[in-house]
Ligand binder design. Sequence first.
Ligand code: NDP
Length: 289
Amino acid sequence: MVVWFLNFWPNMKKLRLGIIGDPIIHSLSPIMHEAALHALGIEGSYTPLQVSSNQLSSVISQRRENWDGWNVTVPHKGNIIPLLDTIETQARKINSVNTVVRLKDHRLWGTSTDGYGLIKALECNLNFIPNGTHVVLLGAGGAARAAAAALALADISKLTIINRTPEKAMEIVNFVKTLSSCQTEIMTPSQIIAPLSSGDLVIQATSLGLKEIDPLPFSPQFLPEKCCVFDMIYSSTPFLQQSQRLGFKTSDGLEMLLYQGVKSFEYWTNQEAPVEIMRQTLYHAKGRK
Ligand code: NDP
């Protein structure tokens, strides 16, 4: 994707960015992007906005002229699509948008940077290269769709999707088949009553774990032997803690947050993102070294 022609910036005006979602209070995107703007000397702001599903349409109409670009998070990544003017091909196929750019002609363009963020995070944190591997995906929402597409394009050999609603998993499988000849399999959590017999990587891509009262998305007792475990949520969820205690190599989603943000930032500014500053900001916020 050629970024320069999409971009409205730089014209030296204040860059107005933000993120919409529900819940939004936990989001680290504002501090990460404001640190990046500051580091590059770009005058601008990045504002979190709590938006419920029934407010989405009116908020997009308002933000159309007020924001130059924004991120989209749970639960709006699919529902925002009909409210935008043009969608990047891959994002349309996965029915998920996490980044919106207002073009020079004021049309709203949507894309997804989640898949890019995931592949970079797997490499950085788990030293995991997807080529030829069997990946088990928990969840079939927007992030899972983006992950499935990125993994299919990175030549995995098999994809297993475990989701409460099998129809949503089937939609992803049908889409993956247009991208790759990898084997596919669908299961519901209730079908799993013993450890999975294979799987090199398990990716937790449900929203379970965001709230303290959430049940486990999957019992870590049933993880396949010697697999790596990646939880997209960027804190130490009970699922991740229990997997770690059982001796699995684990990673949370902080590095994915970083790299999906890096790509979004580059779309908005047409400049190379200050990755290390963005990473340090996130690590500092999470009390990590
Ligand atoms: P969606 O709302 O699109 O999808 C949510 C998924 O969680 C669906 O598969 C849904 O199942 C499942 N789910 C929700 N509640 C339950 C429940 N009670 N029991 C079983 N399954 C449930 O969310 P996203 O795909 O956008 O995001 C998923 C997670 O990934 C979030 O926690 C988000 O924060 C994280 N994420 C992290 C990123 C990062 O950069 N680190 C980037 C993107 C996302 P069903 O289909 O049956 O409804």
